[in-house]
Design a protein around this ligand. Sequence first.
Ligand code: ATP
Ligand code: RIB
Length: 322
Amino acid sequence: MKQPKVLIVGSINMDMIFYGPHGDEMKPNGCLNFDSIGYYCGGKGANQAMAAAKLGAEAYLVSAVGSDENGRKIRELLRGGNVHLDFISVLDDVQTGLSGIFMMKDGSYIGTNIRGANDRIMPEMVEHALDAEAFDMVLMQMEMPLETVYRTYELATERKIPVILDAGPAMKIPLERLRGIFMVSPNEAETEALTGIAVKDEETALEAAKFIREHACAKYVLLKLGGKGSYLYDGKKGSLYPACKVNFVDTTGAGDTFTTALMIRLCNEDGMETAIRYATAAAGICVSRRGGISSIPDREEIELQIKNMSDQKGEQDEEFKG
Ligand code: ATP
Ligand code: RIB
């Protein structure tokens, strides 16, 4: 099988993840005690590029870092993971992106970002990459200027390359700017920001997915619903794909691993359902470990997880079905 060549357009951050209390212990003006902190290379673009390379693709990342220690460390890690760095700008007058993530024991989290160099990921950088190589798919997120998001879509579409938008972080955007996109994939908070609909059950999942599909004219909408799994809408019907049962530790990068694994399997000509099961297995492993990049599984681990999932088959989340 041909090795897929994919372009990721998105952020690079140094993540500081605080591990601690339950979400309901959070009170305004109060002080929370956390158990520990971990420093991890991350950012949605870096997580996805590493995941793509680890899952067998030739991965290129368009991004930007400062000429500082964090930027150096992350580029070193990406290089070691076989991600092509040719389209990553190193800038002297701005710092590498930073993210502070407060990861609660119940799986909820608060993310805080200093976008830094990510605000300088420009459309020309994307154009340069698309002119230099022939890509099978483009995956992007929104932790960068929105003009770059819209322009990436236009540039890829001109070249007939399917685009997936991983719609994080949560914000309302004019989906019409992405008319005809191959797939939009938001998590629960991002879905609510895009549609105004809080997903509580299959009915509200369908309502939100329809909204996105109508406004973006997307071929597919794939909602990521944390521990409840994912929900695909293809314009005809909606289907829920339950998450695998794992010991949850840290969700950082779960969405990135999920969407990237899905893209790689689609590039390898898997059907949508098979690709979603593969992505579910990959993300399930990711949430059972700490950090983003550090928790991306390899292909052998995913195959093993898929076997475990078939054993769990049938035990769906009845509560969500409403
Ligand atoms: P992040 O922004 O941290 O990368 P996300 O919020 O975009 O993640 P989620 O919806 O949390 O994405 O998770 C993506 C996928 O990961 C889910 O669709 C599911 O398959 C898997 N997943 C998430 N949480 C759990 C969990 N607690 N147990 C098993 N699988 C999970
Ligand atoms: O999607 C997870 C990523 O979002 C983290 O690595 C963090 O950097 C934030 O950008």
